[in-house]
Design a binder for this molecule. Sequence first.
Ligand SMILES: Nc1nc2c(ncn2[C@@H]2O[C@H](COP(=O)(O)OP(=O)(O)OP(=O)(O)O)[C@@H](O)[C@H]2O)c(=O)[nH]1
Ligand SMILES: [Mg+2]
Length: 182
Amino acid sequence: MNNPNDIGSSEYSKKILLIGLDNGGKTSILKCLKGIKGLSAFNSLNPTRGLEIERFEALESKYAIWDLGGQEAYHDEYINDIENLLRGTKKIIYVFDVQDAKRYDLAINYLKKMMKAIKDLNDIDFSIFLHKYDPDLEFNQELNESIIEGLIEKIKGVIPPNLIYSLHKTSIYATFEKSTIP
Ligand SMILES: Nc1nc2c(ncn2[C@@H]2O[C@H](COP(=O)(O)OP(=O)(O)OP(=O)(O)O)[C@@H](O)[C@H]2O)c(=O)[nH]1
Ligand SMILES: [Mg+2]
């Protein structure tokens, strides 16, 4: 028996969809959830080709992470297959790369398309990650707090007003600490 909706079963696993543009950091986030910490594991990542499903156990729970490779060529495939993607899903995480300001509008459009296809989130938890918000993020002309605030405003313009969701600043480097050697 492997019914993802059967919470009482020992086979129960929490299905999470990871959505967002290519190079946004979805597979890296997946590796973090899996407990992988070695930075070399993140440098050698290849773009995810279409849908890849990863199952693992962490913190005494079973997870099935559906990692939707973000290249544009796959977007319509996901939209057409949305019912299958949503079946049994407990959580959706939409990932924005905050460092890729040139593609904010593209990422917003993809979110818009997805929201339209999903229609009803029912009991699905919805989170948005403002990812690559590294602790040592350097701001410049192309990227500063007000540009990120602009992105947040655009996100709010796409999400239906009555939908409950959470917004997080995330980074795979967030737990990395450095101290100056005297
Ligand atoms: N600076 C920074 N880079 C990150 C972070 N997370 C991931 N990256 C880098 O971003 C690049 C892309 O990461 P992936 O996890 O492959 O991105 P993806 O969203 O899975 O991309 P697709 O599979 O093409 O959809 C890699 O070089 C990662 O090392 C982060 O928090 N900060
Ligand atoms: Mg990937």
